[in-house]
Design a protein around this ligand. Structure first.
Ligand code: SF4
Length: 618
């Protein structure tokens, strides 16, 4: 795949209006990207990155950003595209961007300026596709982005408490690109240009008609023994997995297990699933980009700013990431609640140091840069430069749990050298790692190269280091696929020693916890609250568990069983159960203490109410 490199600095942003198209002498766009976010010409924003990538393929690309669905002209502003519509809900799941897990409307939307904060519709992918279809019948509509990617298979929808069919059917789109889309999109563009069909492209999902579907005989997922590569594996059909019965839930769990096993298989197969008269075909993932391709992608001529149409309006997500740099893609943590590996893939692809330093040089020379790189990282910052030594394929979903794989080369030298070199770029005063680190990996890295943690603390934490132990009860951590509590305790001891050496004892670790995760009972949450009390920790960062489609944990939440082990899992399903767990975790805050008291009484732990040192609430 060839990405055209820019010849000089930033190019004007892609057009949002007919006037901008006229200024470029365009009568029509080849592709129009529709997004639920504001258009920010920065590689951390999906529409910005994909828009520039399509442009690098020689396409005339326009953007419709956060369109007002009440305005009939909103989708006509650029006319109809010649080749295709690319539809994405934006960087976030559209319902989660609008509502809290407790179903309260959020006051703002970090990916939109305040004046447009109400613009994002629920199920934006579906709503935008319907509008695009009205404008130009016959122009292919291609779905992408996180919302579509995680809904490529039937999924449990938290908001309706039901299993929905693949979003490809509900949106009535032609094709869905999942994961990181560049390689699949390059192939789609090449085929559309020569009028070739779009079937069989890695990293995509499509539909096959009933006629053709009946011609095929996909092997069963339960078939024993090795089967030939490139044959389709059949998942239980949609009606079966969506049935609100015990059998339906078991089938949903079996489907989830089959999808996850296929994702980590040495040669993943296409997955086929009957949806009524049609077959959903999800092709194996596209190969990750190479480091050189990643460097070229991030070297495209982004302005790294919101489109000038937004004027001086503040867009919170942009403020947060404007001076951040993506160093790698992928995550091999394999946490049950996280879809990252199913979206970006498990394999780490690290950009070259030269490519990252060149990007830093561009950032520091831009107007408004004040000398601080707010984040040099990726999904998990300290995975940069790590790799698997094993030549043979591997079926483990996590390289870190239940224990760190001996084949993982966790050598942190490439990461340390990168951070060191970034600090030496003229004009750069501070380089921070804000994207969070895995504490089990950090311990291994500090063992491999002593002083790694101290160097991180001395130069790169900007006041606080983020880790995500998520819980302190081993059986809950096992369900989450996180390391046992002893690992976090060992990390905290090591951190304390490193902080003393670095003279940074005032620098706290920010620990993230989840409340209401499958496998966590009220008693487990009480154990966590007591653990935090004993450690004198008062968490600020607490996430109410949300069942993210396609994850193992979402299947546990819906079915009450662990799809990979078949073991039953306790689930806090009602809003009251969730609120009880949250109250225990945040019982140091006055607004949660009435509820926490009631929970403690219910658990028979009145001894924890009062003024004593051991008490959780007054
Ligand atoms: S062999 Fe080990 S390091 Fe390599 S992918 Fe598998 S679990 Fe990860």
């Amino acid at each position: 795949m060839r990405i055209i490199r820019p010849t000089s600095g930033p190019h004007p942003p892609l057009p949002l209006s007919r006037e901008e198209m006229d200024a470029r002498g365009w009568d029509a766009c080849d592709a129009i990207v529709v997004t639920g976010d504001a258009y920010i010409d920065h590689p951390a924003f999906g529409a910005g990155l994909i828009g520039r990538f399509l442009e690098s393929l020689g396409l005339r690309v326009g953007v419709i950003a956060a369109p007002d669905l009440r305005d009939p002209a909103a989708f006509r502003v650029l006319g109809a595209p010649r080749l295709f519509w690319g539809i994405t809900a934006g960087n976030l799941d559209s319902q989660l961007a609008r509502l809290t897990v407790m179903r309260k409307r959020r006051r703002d939307d970090p990916y939109l300026p305040p004046a447009l904060a109400e613009r994002r519709p629920p199920n934006a992918t579906i709503a935008y596709t319907a509008r695009a279809r009205q404008i130009a019948r016959g122009v292919p509509v291609i779905l992408g982005g996180l919302e579509a990617s995680l809904r490529r298979f039937p999924y449990y929808d938290y908001w309706t408490d039901k299993v929905h069919r693949s979003i490809l059917l509900d949106a009535k789109a032609d094709l869905l690109v999942y994961g990181m889309a560049e390689r699949a999109l390059a192939e789609i563009v090449a085929r559309l240009r020569r009028g070739a069909p779009l079937d069989g492209i890695p990293g995509t999902a499509g539909l096959r008609s009933g006629e053709n579907g009946r011609d095929r005989t996909p092997p069963s997922i339960n078939a024993a023994g090795p089967e030939p590569a490139h044959t389709e594996t059949e998942l239980p059909d949609f009606d079966t997995v969506a049935a609100p019965t015990e059998a339906g839930r078991l089938a949903f769990a079996a489907m989830t297990a089959a999808i996850h096993r296929n994702a980590t298989a040495s040669s993943p197969r296409p997955l086929a699933q009957r949806h009524g008269a049609r077959w959903l075909i999800v092709h194996p993932p596209a190969a990750p980009l190479s480091p050189a391709e990643m460097d070229a992608l991030y070297a495209l001529p982004y302005t790294r700013r919101p489109h000038p149409a937004y004027g001086a309006a503040r867009i919170p997500a942009f403020e947060m990431i404007r001076d951040s740099i993506t160093t790698h893609r992928g995550c091999y943590g394999g946490c049950a609640f996280c879809a990252l590996a199913l979206h970006q893939c498990k394999t780490i692809v690290s950009r070259s140091r030269a490519g990252i330093l060149a990007e830093i040089a561009r950032v520091q020379s831009a107007q408004g840069f004040h000398g601080t790189l707010s984040d040099l990282g990726g999904p998990t910052a300290n995975m940069y430069g790590t790799r698997c030594r094993r030549p043979a394929p591997c079926a483990r979903s996590s390289c870190l749990t239940p224990r760190i794989c001996p084949d993982l080369d966790a050598d942190p030298r490439a990461w340390r050298e990168l951070l060191h070199a970034a600090r030496a770029v003229p004009g750069v005063r501070h380089v921070f790692v804000a994207s969070g680190i895995r504490s089990d990996l950090a311990l291994a890295q500090d063992d491999a190269v002593p002083g790694t943690l101290e160097a991180l603390l001395s130069h790169h934490t900007g006041g606080r280091l983020k880790t995500a132990p998520e819980h302190a009860v081993d059986k809950v951590l096992a369900v989450m696929r996180k390391p046992p509590a002893a690992v976090q305790e060992a990390f905290m001891r090591r951190y304390k020693g490193a902080a003393e050496k670095a003279n940074k004892t005032q620098q706290p670790v920010v620990e993230y916890y989840i409340s209401g995760h499958p496998g966590c009972t009220l008693e487990d949450m009480l154990t966590l609250a007591l653990h935090l009390k004993a450690a004198r920790l008062q968490p600020e960062q607490v996430q109410d568990y949300y069942p993210c489609p396609l994850t193992l944990a979402a299947a546990m939440y819906y079915t009450g069983i662990d799809p990979l082990t078949g073991a039953p899992v306790a689930v806090a399903r009602s809003d009251a159960d969730k609120a009880d767990q949250r109250a225990l975790l945040l019982c140091h805050l006055p607004e949660f203490q009435i509820r926490a008291r009631a929970v403690l009484l219910r658990l028979g732990r009145a001894d924890l109410i009062g003024r004593g040192k051991h008490c959780l609430v007054p």
